[in-house]
Write a protein that binds this ligand. Sequence first.
Ligand code: FRU
Length: 568
Amino acid sequence: MKDIINLNIRIKEDFILLPINDADPISIITFRDETDQSILQFTASITQNTATYWLPIDISNYKGHHITIQIASNNLTPDIKNVIDNTQYLPSNNREEYRPEYHYSAPFGWINDPNGLFYKNGVYHLYFQHNPFGTKWGNMSWGHASSKDLIKWENHPVALLPDEMGEIFSGSIIIDKENNALLGSDMTLAFYTSAKENQVQCLAYSNDNGITFTKFNENPILKDEDKKDFRDPKVFWHNGTKKWIMALATGQSITFYSSSDLKGWERLSEFGKGIGSHKGVWECPDLFELKSGKKKKWVLLVSINPGGPNGGNATQYFLGDFDGHTFTADPLSYPLWLDYGRDNYAGVTWHNCPKNNKTYIGWMSNWDYANDLPTQHFKNVMTLPRTIDIATFNKQLILKTYPIKEVKKLRIEKKDFSTRLLNRMFIIKSFLEDNQGAYEVILEFDIVENTTSSVSITLFNENNEKLNFNLDLRKYLLTTNRSASGITKFNKKFSQGDIIAPLEKTNRYKIKLYIDKCSSELFLNKGKIASTNLIFPSEPYNNIRIDVSDGVIDITKFRIYKLADLNN
Ligand code: FRU
C-alpha cells in the first residue's frame, strides 16, 4: 500500500458512512480510539470516484469521542475526509427492488453459509458467513439474527469478527448444559474455522445466549498442518457413546472426531472414499439422526463445490448408520441431492430444536455468480426454513425437504382458480391485483390420459420475461428454465439453459412454488424434489400459463396466495 492517511473525526452520530465502489482497489482501514488502540480493522473498496453504495459502520459506542480512521490505500488522498459522513442511518430503510419480503437477508452486506444454528428459550438463532464491510466475499465474520418463529427475524450485532488467527469461516453452535467444557454451565459454545494460511478449528463461548462471544484463549483446539481444506466443524452430542462428535470437511471426505471436554478432539474415522460425488471440494457437513414414523436413519449432509447436478455448488446426502465412531452408508444410488436447483448451498440443521423433526436452512446462491448478483446494499439471501424428512421416490429411500408449516402464516390474500380438465393450454392474466413479487402458487393435477407427454407451467410478465417449469412425462424429468427470466447477463453461468431434476413416476403431481422478489423455490410432491433458483425479473410475473401436450390432465387445485411483506 502506497499511502497511509490518518483522519481524526469527532463522533457525533451513530454511524460512519464510507463511499464504496467495488471497481476501485481495496484499502485496509483501521479505526483507532483516543489511546491509539485498534478497535476495528477491515478491507473495503473506498472510492473518491462515484460511490455505488455507502458502507454503514455502527460507531455509536464512541459518541462524544474522537477516533482516528487510518486508511492504507493506493488510490486515495486526504480529501477523502470531505466525503466520509458521520450520520444517523436506519439500516431498515434500506429497501431496493430485489430485497426479499419474507426470506432472510442481511440489512447490509454480503452473506453466505448459515452458521451456528441453535434454539434456546423459545428463540431460534441464525448466524451466517458475513462481510459487514462490503457486498463481495471478504472480512469473513459471523453475522447474527434471531427469531421466535423462523419467519420474522431480528438483527443483532456481528457476533464474531476476524482476528490475528484469520477470518471466521463456517461452523456450529451447541449448548453445553452440563458444563463439559468447564467454561460455565449452559454456556453457548461456537465452533468455527479460523482461516489464514492454514485452516484450524477454534472455540468461542457466550454467557448471554449468543449475543456476544469470548474467544477461547487456547485456540486453536484442532489443527492438521497436512490438510489444506480443513473446515466447517459441526458438533453434536452422541447419546450412544456419551461423547461429543465433530464432523469436519477434510478435502473430499468428512472426518469425525470425538471429545469429552469439547476442547481436546480425537480422530475417529473418515468417510467418503469411492462414494458420492467427488467433482469438487466437500464442505459444511451435518450429521444427525432422523426419526420418521418407524424409520430411523443417520443422515450425512455434504455440500460440494463445484460438482452439483446442474453445475456449481449443491448439497449431496448419504443415509445410513453412525455408531459413534464410523458412518456407514446404506447402498443407495449416490449421489443423492437435497435440492436440484442452482441456488441452495451449505445448508445445515438447527441444534436443540424443540420438535422432533429436523429444521434446515440453506444459502440461496451459487459460488458460480454469487459475487455478481444485481443487488446493491445486500448480496445473497437464505432459503425458506425447511423440514427434512424421509420419503420414498420410485421406491427408493430419499430425503425430502418442505417449507416449515409456519410459512403458512405469511398468506394474506387467496385467489382460487377453477379446477378443470385441460388438454391444451390456458392462461390467467394479472393473477394478483397488486403483485409485489411475493406469492405462493399451488397447482395439483392428475394425469388423465397416459399419452400425456408434458405439462409446462410458465410465469411471465409484460416485458417478455418468463420462468418456466416443464414436467417431461416421457423422460421423467423436471426442467426449470430461467434463461429469459429477467436480468441474467451479469454472469454467463447464470443464464445457462435447463436446470434438470428427476421426476417421480406417478399419476398425481402436487406443485408448490414460492416466489419472493429475486427467488423461486419449487417443491414437488411434498418436497420429494426441490428446485431453488434465483431470478431477477424487471417487474413481478403476474401471468401464468399452463400447457399440456398429447393428452389430458385434471386440475384438482389451483390457488395463488399473496404473501406478507415482513420488511414493513
Ligand atoms: C462454503 C464455504 C465454507 C467456508 C465458507 C467461507 O460456502 O466455502 O467451506 O467455511 O464458505 O466463507
